[in-house]
Ligand binder design. Structure first.
Ligand code: ATR
Length: 284
């Protein structure tokens, strides 16, 4: 990762941010790439209106390798809190002074808060948001089922532990190259709890729940998965929503999946957690 401004270490960069004067005009936002499609600004502004608060929340574009450059300007001009999405969750992890247990456990951060004293607190709400959407909103019973998580980037990391806590019969993490999947399993100390495999090795296996954690949809593509893994009683879930979820969702529907869901519910659950952390108010 060669993102850091002028050769700084993540720690030096973080200390520099801590010394920035506090701009009284507080800002919030979501940082990632691509980001123009993000519905987060609308959601946060909507809740702000509910509470009669004028909230400045923007979609902030930062291509891979530019997180620190863009984040610096954000915090210079009043930034107090950031949602972090593809491809920066692991970079954001490295600028935190404090981490929640779940963020530390998965090595990725999707929720950043800068405290008044300049310190950064990081959390990962991906797994909690997904699990809440699956079990509460969709009423899916995870215990005893067979799950495949496809894709082994920053998005997949936060999901594994919260899913395992619900005692599925098995959980397979599959990626085009098995190496990244193995790396996550080893970093999260899950080598005994999950199976890792190359995507093509999923052929002829059947899963009750297939979760698309790849970024293929952001490029308008269907992830390269063997066709047989989706059957008529499968539930298919794409972590993305809107246009980016279309390729996988249409594909799953064509294959006859019983239920095909996008990540809208997960997004709203996560947004509510962020809103509560930053504004101490829990939206409905
Ligand atoms: P992040 O880490 O922020 O989630 P990423 O590092 O770009 O973003 O990871 C994206 C994931 O989507 C990776 O697992 C990637 O697979 P590779 O490790 O093999 O690159 C996966 N991915 C992207 N496009 C894909 C495609 N067309 N088919 C299958 N997997 C894809």
């Amino acid at each position: 990762m060669s993102d850091w401004r002028s050769g700084m270490t993540p720690e030096e960069f973080r200390d520099k941010l801590a010394l920035l004067p506090k701009n009284p005009r507080k800002r919030y936002g979501v940082i990632g790439y691509p980001i123009k499609h993000s519905a987060s600004p609308k959601i946060h502004r909507h809740w702000g209106e509910q509470y009669n608060k004028r909230i400045r929340y923007d979609a902030i574009e930062a291509p891979a390798g530019h997180f620190s450059e863009v984040a610096y300007d954000f915090f210079l001009y009043g930034g107090r809190g950031l949602n972090v999405t593809v491809p920066h969750k692991q970079i954001a992890f490295r600028i935190c002074n404090e981490l929640s247990e779940r963020a530390r456990a998965c090595g990725a951060v999707n929720l950043l808060e800068q405290r008044k004293d300049g310190t950064f607190v990081g959390d990962n709400t991906d797994g909690a948001g997904l699990v809440r959407d699956l079990t509460v909103n969709q009423k899916l019973d995870i215990s005893g089922i067979h799950i495949a998580v496809i894709g082994a980037g920053g998005a997949a990391r936060g999901l594994l532990l919260p899913l395992l806590e619900l005692a599925p019969a098995s959980l397979v993490l599959a990626n085009r190259s098995i190496k990244r999947a193995q790396q996550i399993a080893s970093e999260l100390q899950l080598a005994d709890a999950i199976e890792t495999c190359a995507m093509r090795k999923l052929a002829n296996r059947h899963f009750d729940l297939v979760i698309n954690a790849t970024s293929a949809g952001l490029q308008g593509r269907i992830p390269t998965i063997p066709t047989e893994i989706i059957l008529q009683d499968s539930t298919c879930y794409d972590l993305a929503y809107g246009k980016a979820a279309n390729p996988f969702m249409s594909y799953a529907k064509r294959k006859g999946a019983a239920r095909v869901l996008d990540g809208w519910g997960m997004l709203v659950e996560q947004a509510a957690e962020s809103f509560e952390v930053w504004h101490r108010l829990r939206p409905d």
